[in-house]
Design a protein around this ligand. Sequence first.
Ligand code: 0RA
Length: 651
Amino acid sequence: MLNNAAQNSNYTASNINVLKGLEAVRKRPAMYIGDTTTRGLHHLVNEVVDNSIDEALGGFNDRVLISINKDGSVTVEDKGRGIPVDIHPVEKKSALEIVMTVLHAGGKFDKDSYKVSGGLHGVGVSVVNALSEWLKVEVYRDGKIYFQEYRKGIPQENVKEIGTTKNKTGTKVTFKPDGEIFKVTKFRFDTLAERMRELAYLNKEVMIKLRDEIENEEETFHYKGGLAEFVVYLDETRTPLHKPVYIEGEKENTPVEIAFEYSDSYSDNIHSYVNNINTHEGGTHLVGFKTALTRTLNAYAYKNKLIKENSKITLSGDDFREGLTAVISVKVMEPQFEGQTKTKLGNGEVKSIVETIVNEKLAEYLEEHPAIGKKIIEKCFRAAEAREAARKARDLVRRKNALDTMHLPGKLADCSINDPEHCEVYIVEGDSAGGSAKQGRDRRFQAILPLKGKILNVEKAKLNKILENNEIKAIIAAIGAGIGAEFYSEKARYGKIIIMTDADVDGSHIRTLLLTFFYRHMKELISEGKIFIAQPPLYKIKKGKEEIYAFDEEERDKVLKRFKGNGKAEEEFDDEGLPKGVTISRYKGLGEMNPEQLWDTTMNPETRIVLQVNLESAAAADKIFETLMGDAVEPRRAFIEKHAKYAKIDI
Ligand code: 0RA
């Protein structure tokens, strides 16, 4: 082996590098795909699909088929140019093998498309390959069909021709994620569908088909109206005031696509994307849009005398964004991503590109659609009047020190350390559970804020009403970082905010109300991964001195089975199959647990389970909150029915 390989030093060197690369990925998968939970698992599919979409951006592809196969593998097939297969002069290998086995090799081949740098996307198909038990690729190119197979990223033989094709081009990748790497290897249709839907809205020329051979589900995503259809979809449960405004333009090789509409809601729902990546933290493209929107609408309002010259009320940027649902998508050649989560566009030139395009096209649009222009200005004027009223109310509250961080709420049992990074606050449902939590906690780093009853539904209330609510005031003061436009997450007094509610309908309602509040008014806490949901157990199973907690029915049954397995003769079980001497108690609420039990099961960082709330797709989250908390009843009923089987809500 060694002798043979040594005859060709290039060959040896490149192979060793490949093995090192694959090993690095398998050793630290999280560095490449974020994590190895279901989230990382689904990123594998996204990674391959991103390549197919890249081909579409170059104008070479208009179709992507994704299939979850019966054996648990996934196939992604496109009609792009096909991965090149020619033999690399130095490496003496097919380009296909290099793309599939060398980290970031994709970028070395000129794909003339919009490159992605930073973030999780664009790590390359080789990463998917390295993390797969096996992967098979077929390339249709130059009238031939090429094939190669890999195990854990290692080619099983050279690239070979396995047939001919008339004029088909494209790439077909099938892979089975490696169970040694991923805790869960089952793909969820809904999770994939969410991203595919988003991609189809963002790339209107592409048709994406998703099929699940296991669950027998199928959906086709193809939206010729692009972002205009996206905003209508996002506003499905709101009442729009007009048809979406659609703006498309290109400057300096930077295509810009924007759609927006106003609805009767109070929140602003602006989603921005760069190269199909959701820029949660915004950036220059968003600033350009906001600046142009404010300027153009203001100019239009005064020019057409829709606002009186002597009006006391002036319209600010916020007023032009109340009830606004907008999607901004730009494609940037060399994007610079900044910010905490690397989802903020930094390229300065993009601000003026977007600003110029919006100024010009929006002014034109308004001239052509005066009725819509009038409606928009009237809506923004009402927002300005309400803002003025809210400001007065807020000043009043401020004077009462409710928002003043110097005055912590009376019912907060604070922790003794004051280093936010190591401190956490439990927001607890009810005074009695609050009492247990206060006694059970580690008071050095755990603070407890008990809430009385339900908090206000912020989805249906204006800011001044929200600020009058006592429970909300207590949360704002305890966290100590302000609210809304004046929220500064770096000031937060705790690194973790843990929502702890009962495992019943009321509890989940309160949890949703709290999440809605955080999502609308302290969004950074969610995007920075600081919000968690505690998981109190539902059952206690006791046999003799042994006490075991179970978090759901499935776990309870496992424990019972184990007791049964350990147990003696079959006749020791009663009619319901319970072993004698075994008691099961179901916790109806947190209040039923004593302080020690609460600490052991739900609060001890060594043993507890907490779910981190993440913002995988802000657009999807937005829709879920509006659906759950907004006015329309029918979509809410449908959503709840569809998701009834899930214990938790992924946002
Ligand atoms: C490298 C270079 C080129 C295309 C691709 C990779 C490519 C990768 C994937 C992965 C899934 N589908 C894909 N389609 C294309 C450029 C090809 C050329 O210049 O002809």
